[in-house]
Design a protein around this ligand. Structure first.
Ligand code: GDP
Length: 186
């Protein structure tokens, strides 16, 4: 994934995608990294990475974003895999599907895991994906906002399919990381 392995960068940081299976993590990431959407996308087992370079002033920041690629089903059984997935991550996109309430309820479980395994993680964006599916909506936008406020997260509803707010969700996380860490040394 990504087309920027060879480009020199001034800073590299890691962020992770988390959330239940089939909420749209892979499609959000491929939208952000490559502007692609796959209707037939199927969860695969393993971990994928995507890179995206962001220019801030004269510095080039490379965000390396990890995607569980289906591993979310098993991660809780394998502590070693779980902890290496989270190790060193500075940010996370915690995704649920607005048409499946269970995926919203499960964000609390994901937050617990994130807080247990990822003490370095400082910028978490709660993402309600599939906002294009208005007729099947099971979670109101307000509920997402309230949860985010309560837990100290950023919040955004997105549609990977229609490419709505996807860039903003990632950039919110990246800017926050930049402000709290990298900026000090720029
Ligand atoms: P993951 O398992 O969380 O990585 O989810 P995927 O990215 O594989 O997406 C799961 C399914 O949801 C796929 O069939 C996608 O085409 C579909 N999907 C993902 N994002 C959206 C979206 O914003 N809107 C709609 N309508 N479908 C989506």
């Amino acid at each position: 994934m990504g087309d920027s392995y060879d480009e020199e960068c001034d800073y590299l940081f890691k962020a992770v995608m988390i959330g239940d299976s089939a909420v749209g993590k892979s499609n959000l990431l491929s939208r952000f990294a490559r502007d692609e959407f796959r209707l037939d996308s199927k969860p695969t087992i393993g971990v994928e990475f995507a890179y995206r370079n962001i220019r801030v002033g004269d510095k080039l920041i490379k965000a390396q974003i990890w995607d569980t690629a289906g591993q979310e089903r098993y991660a809780y059984r394998f502590r070693a895999i779980t902890s290496s997935y989270y190790r060193g991550a500075l940010g996370a996109l915690l995704v649920y599907d607005i048409t499946r309430r269970a995926t919203f309820e499960n964000t609390k479980k994901w937050l617990r895991e994130l807080r247990e395994f990822c003490s370095s993680c400082m910028a978490i964006v709660l993402v309600g994906n599939k906002s294009d599916l208005t007729h099947s909506r099971e979670v109101n936008e307000e509920e997402g906002k309230i949860l985010a406020e309560t837990e100290g997260l950023y919040f955004m509803e997105t549609s990977a399919m229609q490419n709505l707010n996807v860039e903003d969700a990632f950039l919110q996380m990246i800017n926050q990381i930049h402000q709290t860490t990298i900026q000090k040394s720029l």
